[in-house]
Design a protein around this ligand. Structure first.
Ligand code: NAP
Length: 307
């Protein structure tokens, strides 16, 4: 089979750190073009808009959209309309409705739409899911703590409405949660703190419930030095700790053997198999929880935040 001719849109941090190396390392793809207002990729054709790129390079078969969520819909719509397969960075859109429109369009055009959730491919996430499949879970505590100055320096979009603030990393926790639990949960309450000079939250506490009475509590905070991305899961058969963003797993106090981190290479393998099979994979469960948090949660204004 010929490699899929792919283009990248939004050449910024995640495109450079993960997408470009993963595409280069997978013989199933040939990177043929990029579109970015300021960024560019050496050795291929570069454009400043996706529209110009799609017109000038008709052989493009697929595009990866790596820009912030607020500006992803228009690009995704243009690519799908032109009959291209589309790989969406997380979160798949700024709203649930836009993703529904894209899903319907992909179906009409008979092309693949992939809502990627990279944290689900962290090394120990599937092992945790398999272990929990037949367990009774009483309680889950999620700690998603990091220092925004370290991880998101000078990213203004992340603080704007639709940029998600602390939910930009926090949605990774929810993508894992919705993947490993044997039973769906729903938001029962939340409080989120928004700095007085910003539009998006810097911290949040969220409670979830389930039909069987499982309790999930999440504590997300962007003001803390030192990272903590952990799930502490209490089952009737003992404690499970999925730590380090899904990279470490301890069951009943016994640390499980680590596997190598390859989130983005695995995402690209998955996208390739979806394209080859002529299927889409559209999962908005993590984004739906964020929408519910904004719908149900109480908002508190806190002191201004400066980079
Ligand atoms: P970024 O570097 O700030 O943005 C990526 C690129 O998108 C920018 O270089 C810019 O390229 C373009 N862009 C930025 N703002 C734009 C706007 N308002 N309109 C049009 N284009 C704009 O962000 P990032 O960290 O790569 O994150 C992008 C997406 O990847 C987000 O959804 C994020 O959640 C996800 N992600 C990020 C990470 C991470 O570690 N950073 C990890 C996993 C997933 P041009 O100016 O050249 O157009």
């Amino acid at each position: 089979m010929q490699p899929i001719k792919i283009a990248v849109v939004g050449v910024g941090k995640i495109a450079r750190d993960q997408h470009l190396p993963s595409i280069a390392g997978n013989p199933g793809y040939a990177l043929v073009a990029a579109a970015s207002r300021h960024g560019s990729v050496e050795g291929i054709r570069n454009f400043t808009t996706i529209e110009d790129m799609l017109e000038a390079v008709p052989e493009i078969e697929a595009v990866s959209l790596c820009m912030p969520p607020r500006v992803r819909f228009e690009a995704a719509h243009a690519a799908l309309s032109a009959g291209k397969h589309v790989f969406l960075e997380k979160p798949p859109g700024a709203t649930l409705s836009e993703v529904a429109i894209l899903e319907a369009l992909a179906e009409r055009k008979a092309v693949t739409l992939f809502t990627s959730w990279h944290s689900r491919f962290a090394p120990m996430v599937d092992r945790a899911r398999a272990h929990l499949a037949d367990k009774t879970i009483r309680r889950v505590e999620i700690f998603w703590h990091e220092d925004v100055r370290r991880w998101h320096p000078n990213q203004s979009w992340i603080w704007e409405a639709g940029g998600l603030g602390v939910f930009d990393p926090g949605i990774n926790a929810l993508s894992i949660l919705t993947h490993i639990l044997p039973e769906p949960v729903f938001v029962t309450g939340a409080t989120f703190e928004v700095p007085e000079n910003r539009e998006a939250p810097i911290a949040a506490k969220i409670a979830f419930g389930s039909a069987s009475g499982m309790v999930v509590e999440a504590d997300m905070d962007w003001r803390l030095p030192g990272d903590r991305w952990d799930f502490v899961i209490e089952t009737t058969e003992g404690e499970v700790v999925l730590g380090n963003g899904g990279a470490r797993l301890t069951i009943g106090g016994v640390s499980q053997e680590d596997e190598r981190e390859k989130e983005y290479p695995t995402l690209y393998e998955r996208f390739h198999s979806l394209v080859t099979a002529g299927r889409s994979e559209v999962d908005v469960a993590p984004l739906r929880h964020i929408a519910d948090i904004f719908m149900l949660g109480s908002r508190k204004t806190v002191e201004a935040f400066y980079d």
